[in-house]
Design a protein around this ligand. Structure first.
Ligand code: M6R
Length: 611
């Protein structure tokens, strides 16, 4: 949530910062602003999307080679010009941008007002600008350290001071901030995407650290001013991966990239002895053998991936597996101990709810494995082991390719656990791995046949609501289909287990209501398939317009389906890799037919760094 860019070097900072903000706009898009140092300190900010600010700074460019910018997802204060960042001090000497929530801002603001400061916005951020004004005696980094020690909550802060030319100072606690190290130029950003066009050399900042960027280098300390070790890394993708590459929307590109994303996630994962190769492993096999319970913890789409993983983990490892929304996990005091394996799933690696779940689990001595798409992000750093999904950057706010890669990664993890614990034979594992390796081609084949899904979506753009039904792994797929439609098309959409429908939700079914049904393979549990065919008849008898997703060759559903969407055959547990795809396309096309921006749906941000 909120995108931050800082720059010092020899280029015009405005261009670098605006370009960085464009690449970070997925993090928030209700207002934006920049501050540029050039003898004086000039701030421009505008409510609305970045285009509004762009218009202003194109008409009246700001010059200077030190600067910063912000794209906002509002927490405190409405998305207005006044509440946009940068926020400034009374004397206009300090400008600050912020991502996160300063929990003790009300008390700090009252104290500042008692000391004569006038606060001009409704934001929690503004207090930092005034506190820096008070603390600054020539060393902005030192002032930042002093101020950070007074703050509670989560924050990434970046600041400029009129009297600190060529200096950009950043600080982080519980929110992301990365340094980009170029040749005679340095960057700060919420995400490497902001500076990837200039450098692929990045430096992770740790918890409670302050960084000072100058043209000749950077210095990192803790909040007390002590030296710290930092980890440098090279980003393994380039700027072109975060471009639309001819697609009108990132989401369309990311849907199309799914075969490659899944193939990359599978690539080279097994050593010669068959062991899964985790990217970072601070767990040994004895610890995995001692596990007696698995929790999967995640939010949103990642939570749906976890629900699918539960079926595979329980079936292949015979370990009990619970799946929990991260925002609920720690507050209900789950029973965890050293024999509990907590698997957290997060595309961004920065989702605050999930991060707090990681910390809670580790405090209870549980072992934590992260499945994550973002190298160097906080969640993998704080976990005991990491399996990276290699989907590449996902810019569209709606998760698509990362969902399929998350499912893939959980299959790998489940197979690995099964192997270590001896709950499957080697040839059974090999058989599934081979099926998984064939999945990218089947996802590609699914994508090649989605044109009728698009036509159907356009036809249903006026529907008041859509229901989604599934059984077994088809149930989380139904939830994901409904979530996509809600977030992109702003439509009422619900996913239900098909068997549960008769216990209440069937009352929603009325003449013409579109109901999408994800049908399990008849080659899996025959009884499940048969029951689903009955469920389709039940809703059709009540007037539903039935849209049935069924595997090739399943002709039992045809008589009861108003529309059939075909997907290639895969084993039951792996089927979500193909059944999800038409639902993504359906939601995207329906939202486009309604004239919505599918990359930046209203009220959302991609990386949710507040609880
Ligand atoms: O970065 P994360 O995977 O932790 O994000 C979790 C959710 O916020 C995310 O999946 C969200 O639900 C997506 N926008 C859904 O498309």
């Amino acid at each position: 949530m909120c995108g931050i860019v800082g720059y010092v070097g020899d280029q015009e900072a405005l261009g670098v910062v605006m370009d960085g903000l464009r690449r970070l706009e997925y993090r928030g898009y209700d207002s934006a602003g920049v501050a540029i140092l050039d003898g004086g300190l000039t701030v421009e900010r505008r409510a609305g999307k970045l285009a509004n600010l762009d218009k202003e700074v194109t008409a009246h460019p700001l010059t200077g080679t030190t600067g910063m910018g912000h794209t906002r997802w509002a927490t405190h204060g409405a998305p207005t010009d006044r509440n946009a960042h940068p926020q400034t001090s009374c004397d206009g000497a300090v400008a600050v941008v912020h991502n996160g929530i300063i929990e003790n801002f009300a008390r700090l603001a009252a104290d500042l007002e008692d000391r004569g400061h006038e606060l001009a916005s409704d934001t929690d951020t503004e207090v930092v600008a005034h506190l820096l004004e008070e603390q600054f005696t020539g060393d902005l980094a030192e002032a930042m350290r002093t101020v950070c020690r007074q703050l509670d909550g989560a924050f990434t802060l970046v600041a400029l001071h009129r009297d600190a030319p060529g200096v950009v100072v950043g600080a982080r606690r519980n929110s992301p901030l990365v340094v980009g190290a170029g040749d005679g130029e340095y960057f700060l950003a919420s995400d490497v995407a902001a500076f990837i066009a200039h450098t692929r050399d990045a430096v992770e900042l740790g918890q409670d650290q302050v960084v000072e960027l100058r043209r000749d280098g950077y210095t990192v300390t803790d909040f007390a001013g002590g030296p710290v070790d930092v980890k440098a890394y090279h980003v393994d993708w380039d700027a072109s991966a975060a471009e639309k590459s001819g697609y009108p929307y990132f989401m369309l590109k990311e849907i199309a990239e799914q075969p490659v994303a899944v193939a990359s996630t599978l690539l080279g994962r097994f050593a010669d002895n068959g062991n899964l190769m985790l990217d970072e492993l601070r767990l040994d096999e004895d610890e995995l053998r001692a596990v007696d319970k698995v929790f999967i913890v995640a939010c949103g789409t990642a939570y749906h991936a976890g629900l699918i993983a539960k079926y595979a983990i329980e079936h292949w490892t015979r370990l009990p597996c619970e799946v929990e929304m991260a925002s609920e996990f720690r507050y209900r005091d789950p029973v965890l101990d050293r024999a509990t394996l907590v698997v957290v799933i997060s595309q961004s690696g920065e989702t605050m709810d999930t991060l707090m779940a990681v910390r809670h689990a580790r405090e209870q001595a549980a072992r934590v494995v992260a499945i994550c798409n973002t190298n160097g992000s906080t969640i993998p750093r704080e976990s005991d082991a990491v399996l990276y999904t290699r989907a590449g950057p996902e810019v569209g706010v709606a998760a698509t390719k990362t969902f399929l890669t998350q499912i893939t990664a959980t299959y790998l993890l489940a197979l690995y656990l099964a192997q270590v614990r001896g709950t499957m034979y080697g040839d059974e594992i090999t058989d599934i791995v081979e099926q998984l390796q064939g999945a990218p081609a089947l996802i590609q084949a699914t994508l090649a046949t989605v044109e009728p899904v698009r036509a159907l979506a356009r036809e249903l753009a006026g529907a008041p609501a859509v229901l989604f039904l599934g059984r077994h792994v088809g149930y989380p797929v139904a939830l994901e289909g409904a979530l996509k439609l809600k977030e992109l098309a702003y439509m009422h959409a619900e996913g239900f287990p098909a068997g549960e429908l008769k216990h209440g939700p069937i009352a929603l079914v009325e003449d013409g209501l579109p109901v999408v049904v994800v049908v399990p393979s008849p080659r899996g549990r025959n009884v499940l398939h048969g029951k689903m065919v009955s469920n389709i008849q039940e809703i059709r008898a009540r007037g539903a317009r039935t849209i049935v997703i069924a595997e090739d060759g399943d002709n039992d559903v045809t008589p009861y389906a108003d529309s059939v969407i075909r997907v290639p055959q895969l084993p039951t547990l792996l089927a979500p890799l193909v059944t999800t795809v038409p639902l993504q396309v359906f939601a995207c096309e329906l939202a486009l037919a309604k004239g919505h921006d599918v990359d930046q749906p209203r009220n959302l941000a991609k990386s949710v760094t507040v609880e």
